[in-house]
Design a protein around this ligand. Sequence first.
Ligand code: NDP
Ligand code: 8X3
Length: 252
Amino acid sequence: MPNTAFITGATSGFGLACARRFAREGWNLVLTGRREERLESIKQELQERCEVLALTLDVRDTASVQSAVAALKTPFDRVQLLINNAGLALGTEPAQACDLEKWHRMIDTNVKGLTTVTHALLPRMVEEGAGTSIINIGSVAGHWPYPGGNVYCATKAFVEQFSLALRADLQGTGVRVTNLAPGLSESEFTLVRTDGNQVAHDALYAGAHPIQPEDIAETCWWLASMPAHLNVNLLELMPVRQSFSPLSIYRD
Ligand code: NDP
Ligand code: 8X3
């Protein structure tokens, strides 16, 4: 029987590219996101290659996540890969000018949503054992603070430490955990972050040769298909054109 991948945030960007990549390999897919129409059209696109279950789901809705996972039926009830991808950044203002509701929405999605999905699927994944993988999508923002990153950076730092601590707990089960931490990547991320500002989106990626969602999908495929005795704990991936800046100094 083909393996099953459970992908959160499969309606665009990394999640959609991962869905297409794993469909190419014949994996069955559980695809989740809030935008039902998109999920349905992705299902139509991919179901010639594999079995697809489209779950319209907000990862912040704990009861819905738990009941959707509890209701998984063959061939989706045995999950060999979880890609915890659903997430977002909201705003680029300095902390002192930020909207608290946006901060809470990032925490509820990137931290609580990711932990809820993980908690719901973990018992099944432990049952699957060796070769099973959890790929948590972190970010360079979890390692490198930047102005305007505030709570988004902190949510991705959570993803890093949660992934490592999960590994510690899963020792002996065969379940692998990776924090895949990409840098500048072109998706709907900046449109979401800037309330649909296409000019900001275009300016950020212009000339930067950013990571493409397909690059992340290829990396996820590599992680999920590597020999079962190997675990990549952390993988930070940047476009060649992105690098480091000196520490900032504010002078009199
Ligand atoms: P996109 O905005 O293109 O995709 C985000 C996905 O997350 C969408 O499918 C969206 O689906 C889903 N999502 C958001 N909120 C929720 C929610 N509450 N419940 C369920 N699904 C949700 O951005 P990316 O593909 O770039 O982002 C994917 C992940 O990668 C995020 O975790 C992001 O933080 C991270 N990342 C992005 C980088 C970048 O530069 N683009 C770099 C590093 C990490 P829907 O709206 O239909 O619910
Ligand atoms: C997204 C990358 O640098 O915009 O996680 O925070 S960044």
